[in-house]
Design a protein around this ligand. Sequence first.
Ligand code: GTP
Length: 312
Amino acid sequence: MHSPPLPPTDPELLAQMLALQEASPQLIGVFDQHDVLRFANPAFREAFNLAPEAQPRWLDMMRANARAGRGSVVSAPPAELENWLAAVASRRGKQAFRAFEADLMDGRWIWMCETLLPNGWMFCCASDISSLKTDGRALRLQRDQALRAAQTDVLTGISNRAHVLQQLEQQLAGLHQPGRRLAVILLDLDRFKQINDGLGHEAGDRVLCDFARRLQRSTRRGDACGRMGGEEFLLLLADVEAEQARAIVERLLEQLRQSRPLAEQPLFRYTCSAGLAVARAGDSARSVCQRADVALYQAKAAGRDRCVLASD
Ligand SMILES: Nc1nc2c(ncn2[C@@H]2O[C@H](COP(=O)(O)OP(=O)(O)OP(=O)(O)O)[C@@H](O)[C@H]2O)c(=O)[nH]1
């Protein structure tokens, strides 16, 4: 017969677990709901070039590693780093569990598993699989790339329409749990046709990328965002009241007013309008998006560069 497991407060068990993670070649890291690294074992710290006490945000850790040529391989040129980070961040922490292969700059090849709690804390554990037979690796990488491509907007790198709507369905399905809330915001860049017509399609594309990056940065772990098509985007803010959601959107709109995304046109600036609807129990993706769309139309009609809250 097995003896019952020791309680987690057992000092000897804790001491052994600490010694084990310390000795383990597996990369172990724990991130909190704000994506701040709260724990990492020596193998994780070595792979991601971290001092023993460092507790960086995941994004800062990735950025610093990319610049230092350490950590994960960045599959984008240096000038595209921020877009690449936004794309990777848009897929991070959206599922209860995910596993994927990744290359490290030191030549190692790892199998990373991420487990997410409903409260946003994440356990990351990676094994070195460099010594596994490379047979089938190309096929697996192609499959991973195809899966990513199916979820990603080609221009901006953030989630595409299908993926963000899938996340909306998931969030709506969870709304029956007590205390859960969801704000659904449709955002549309203002007078975007004029930008294209006046400065060219390529400049328009760079504005869209600037917007997507800022939008992605305004999301937290449980949130999501994606490009619905053209110059329209969807933002999902989990567990916030309408007024908190509005404040987050207002902050984003202010950042856009300050942004000067075109180096050759230093005075160029752009704005965006937003329609915000709070999801109700029983809402479908279509019904809540319709309310957000009506509010977005009102924001445009009222002069643009503003957020309108859908009325009940
Ligand atoms: N550069 C670029 N332009 C795009 C893309 N997708 C759609 N567009 C353009 O976005 C423009 C959208 O114009 P409209 O729908 O008239 O809206 P608007 O000019 O933003 O006006 P309001 O929404 O009323 O403020 C069109 O000119 C499209 O061609 C894209 O991927 N890249």
